[in-house]
Structures are given as structure tokens and as C-alpha cells.
Design a protein around this ligand. Structure first.
Ligand SMILES: *[C@@H]1O[C@H](CO)[C@@H](O)[C@H](O)[C@H]1NC(C)=O
Length: 123
């Protein structure tokens, strides 16, 4: 009878890894792209300030937040949480996806799944 190809210590390590979301996030970042969105629990004042700071900073790079302006691809749904997520992600991508660039006073959340929807592309 063939023995299992995965030894017990390796199995335990894999089990440990699979329960540590930080390690999973590190693995995901090594393999592909990550995105930054606003934490759903964030209050409106913080979301508004996140939008302002992200968009002002993008402006200094020659970029902009036109996608969350009326007629922009990400304007709908016209909510602060949606607009903040798009703006925060643009900022995070523009600066090379460093973890601290999705901090936003604790209101940012790095995700390993692409938040794009419809014509709104989280690039
Ligand atoms: C915003 O940036 C996009 C993409 O770089 C560009 O096509 C557009 O003209 C810019 N809009 C403004 C108002 O600067």
C-alpha cells in the first residue's frame, strides 16, 4: 500500500498556513495582484476624507478620479463607500501596492479578488 506523500509536519504547516489570512495575503501578493477597498464599516466622514486625500494625491501624479465623477465608469452606485474604494484603489495601484498605501487611517482593506464590476475597472 502506498504511503501518503504529505508528511505529518508538512500537513500541519499547511493547515496552519491556511488559517492565517496574513500569510495567505502574502502568498497572494507574491503570485498576483491585490486591490485596496474601503472597509464596509467606515463612517461617512472618513470615507469623504479618504476620497479627498486619495484624489488630491493622484492629481499630483498627473492622475485623477474622473471615474467616480458623474459620467465616469465607476460613478454608479453613487455612494461614498463605492467612490472611496475606487479612489483608494487608484492610489494604492499608483504607488505600487505597498501595504501602508492602503492604510487610510485604518479604513483601507487589501483584497485578493478583483472588485471590478460592469464597466468599472479597478486597474
Ligand atoms: C483623467 O485621467 C484619464 C486617464 O489618464 C484621462 O483620459 C482624462 O483625460 C483625465 N481627466 C481629466 C479631467 O484630467
Amino acid at each position: 500500500m502506498a504511503r501518503s506523500t504529505v508528511s505529518l509536519p508538512v500537513f500541519c504547516l499547511l493547515l496552519l498556513l491556511s488559517f492565517d489570512s496574513r500569510i495567505l495575503l502574502e502568498l497572494a501578493k507574491g503570485q498576483g495582484k491585490t486591490w485596496c477597498v474601503a472597509k464596509p464599516s467606515t463612517d461617512d466622514a472618513t470615507l469623504a476624507s479618504d476620497i479627498n486625500s486619495a484624489c488630491n494625491d493622484l492629481g499630483s501624479l498627473g492622475l485623477n478620479c474622473s471615474q467616480i465623477q458623474p459620467n465616469g465608469a465607476c460613478f454608479e452606485p453613487d455612494t461614498l463607500i463605492n467612490h472611496a474604494s475606487v479612489a483608494m484603489n487608484s492610489y494604492y495601484q499608483a504607488y505600487g501596492r505597498q501595504e501602508h498605501q492602503c492604510h487610510f487611517s485604518g479604513s483601507g482593506l487589501i483584497t485578493i479578488s478583483d472588485p471590478s464590476y460592469g464597466n468599472c475597472q479597478y486597474v
